[in-house]
Write a protein that binds this ligand. Sequence first.
Ligand code: AMP
Ligand code: ZN
Length: 114
Amino acid sequence: MSDCLFCNIAAGKIPCDIVYQDEEILAFRDIQPQAPIHLLIIPKAHAADGAAGINEGNSAIVGKCFEAAAKLASELELKEGFRMVTNNGPAAGQSVPHLHFHLLAGKPLTLQMA
Ligand code: AMP
Ligand code: ZN
């Protein structure tokens, strides 16, 4: 989608700091990090909305995102742990309507989830 920020990043039209990619997945550093390690893991193809847009036909991509997260956690030696977050909808603070997961690590993360 030409007007989607993450589609434009995936297409290389907007620069980003890539940490992992394969045919389907791109992982890059968040421009406004909220932890020493704050990555965004996205499908390269537009996946509309976010978690609410997942269905039988496209749910495999969620597994791919988590496979990438596990690879990154191993490569970056996140032995103390990491957190995966996805925001869905305005009340959750979602600002980009293309499925993405935040991978946060590098400091003790608050136990408060909301
Ligand atoms: P969300 O608010 O959950 O939709 O997450 C969107 C994330 O994208 C935010 O954490 C932003 O800081 C991040 N972001 C926005 N623009 C860029 C960009 N050009 N490069 C990297 N991260 C970005
Ligand atoms: Zn998109």
